[in-house]
Write a protein that binds this ligand. Structure first.
Ligand SMILES: Cc1cc2nc3c(=O)[nH]c(=O)nc-3n(C[C@H](O)[C@H](O)[C@H](O)COP(=O)(O)O)c2cc1C
Length: 437
């Protein structure tokens, strides 16, 4: 029986600058901000047939360690970061089939602006734009926009639902065929086919219509990430694709089954949202060498404990610098990423903070993938057969021309030989490719 194909997406954590101090990375500390770095990555990833690149964003510099920004700046942790819609525009101009998904958070951009930015990206790319819908999770980011605090976690998702309604209604504010360009009558746009939306919600309002015109996809693709109950419910209602990081096969299956169940209950076809699981394949020409690379990461994690904890603090809004490293982690709560904290606590169990933080190095990935390209391809196949679908979100801590090539020219051909991923794009537009299998 032919293997079931799955989808691949790439998670670009801001830029390539985090690789600056690693071997074989060229002059990334100087080149990271240049158009060429982004364009080279996008072209390689398109050549490998990925569905999309998701451009992660956060709109602040971390300060969750000793109440200082020092550790974040000295180590380039999630900083610097450029405006993702600008980068998306570059990448779309340099490719012809790849979907590109900038992150635009609901507290930082007005919904009209998001509809317009993503709509414009869809137009200039012939229907390949998406939007990673995030609500933001740090008060530091809110403070860059004049807010003392972000709204409370569940309220953020309620606001997001209203926000997405506005964005999608604005995209729908131009009926198909509105641009008639009739030279005989001299009419360019049929006024009957362009509508105000007159949306007045509890949190947002917008009149419309969208002045940037119709999108080739009608509605560009919506991606969503939040794994809390509210986050999943929002995704089940609106998302075309979900990026998720539950830990282990059983949790991955539960996550996907839950979202699919909620979609069916809401009258949506569950196959219309592709759940992609975070993966960090560690590859080498031999199994022993790959294991050595994986072990090296664990050792590095133990040596850089402060950084590790600052990183966990960054996603969970907790300053761990005041905690006892050798005491059990215990119970914690957050107004930040709830599913990330829950995942950390579940994995930590009765362990000390030190032990839990060392384990955190593998926490980003849903399953461990270590070996030769062919062996990792087999591991990915096994995982997908058990989970049921829909693919992987490749997230590398260090993005360089070499590490991108390890995936696009090492792993992907091995996956293709097993019939697990596409060898050529089926369609021109992003959503059509997502729905191709
Ligand atoms: C794979 C993945 C990618 C994410 N990317 C971003 C991002 O780029 N920007 C952001 O602010 N949040 C990002 N998030 C965070 C989510 O949007 C969400 O805030 C977080 O998962 C917490 O959601 P929860 O409280 O529903 O669990 C990401 C989460 C995951 C799992």
């Amino acid at each position: 029986m032919p293997a079931d194909k799955f989808h691949l997406a790439w998670f670009l954590q801001g830029s390539s600058i985090q690789a600056w101090n690693a071997q074989w990375t060229g002059n990334i500390s100087e080149e990271w901000m240049s158009a060429e770095m982004f364009v080279d990555a996008a072209r390689a990833i398109e050549r490998a047939g990925f569905d999309y690149m998701l451009l992660e964003d956060s709109i602040y510099i971390g300060q969750n360690w000793q109440d200082l920004r020092d550790i974040f700046l000295k180590n380039g942790m999630s900083v610097p970061r450029q405006e993702p819609s600008v980068i998306a525009s570059l990448m779309l101009a340099a490719t012809s089939r790849l979907g590109v998904v900038p992150t635009l958070s609901t507290f930082a951009y007005h919904p009209y602006l998001t509809a317009r930015i993503v709509g414009t990206l869809d137009q200039i790319s012939g229907g390949r734009a998406g939007w990673n819908m995030v609500t933001g999770s740090s008060d530091y980011s809110g403070q860059n926009f004049g807010l003392d605090h972000l709204p409370e976690h569940d309220t953020r998702y309620e606001m997001a639902a209203e926000y997405i309604d506005i964005v999608t209604q604005l995209w729908d504010s131009w009926e198909p065929g509105a641009i008639v360009a009739d030279r005989k009558t001299g009419v360019l746009i049929d006024p009957e086919k362009v509508h105000t939306i007159d949306f007045k919600g509890e949190h947002y309002a917008s009149r419309g219509p969208l002045n940037s015109g119709p999108c080739p996809q009608g509605r560009p693709v919506i991606a969503q990430a939040g794994g809390s109950a509210k986050g999943r419910a929002t995704a089940a209602r609106y998302a075309d694709t979900i990026v998720a990081h539950p830990k282990g096969i059983a949790a991955m299956k539960d996550y996907r089954d839950d979202v699919r169940g909620q979609m069916a209950a809401a009258g949506r076809n569950p196959d219309h949202c592709k759940v992609l699981f975070m993966a960090y394949p560690i590859l080498a020409s031999s199994a022993a060498e790959a294991q050595e690379r994986a072990d090296h990461r664990r050792v590095a994690a133990a040596q850089n404990l402060d950084m590790r904890l600052a990183q966990i603090g960054w996603t969970t809004n907790i300053d761990f610098s005041t905690f006892d490293l050798d005491a059990p982690v215990g119970e914690l709560s957050t107004n930040g990423h709830q599913s990330s904290l829950a995942g950390f606590l579940r994995k930590a169990g009765k362990n000390t903070l030190r032990e839990a933080a060392i384990d955190y190095s593998s926490m980003g990935a849903c399953v461990d993938l270590v070996g030769t390209p062919d062996r990792v391809a087999a591991q990915m196949d096994e995982a997908m057969q058990e989970v049921g679908g829909d693919g992987f979100l490749i997230a590398l801590p260090n993005v360089s021309r070499r590490s991108v090539a390890e995936i696009t020219d090492g792993l992907v051909p091995a996956l293709q030989q097993r019939g697990l991923v596409r060898t050529a794009y089926e369609h021109q537009m992003f959503r059509d490719n997502l729905l191709a299998f």
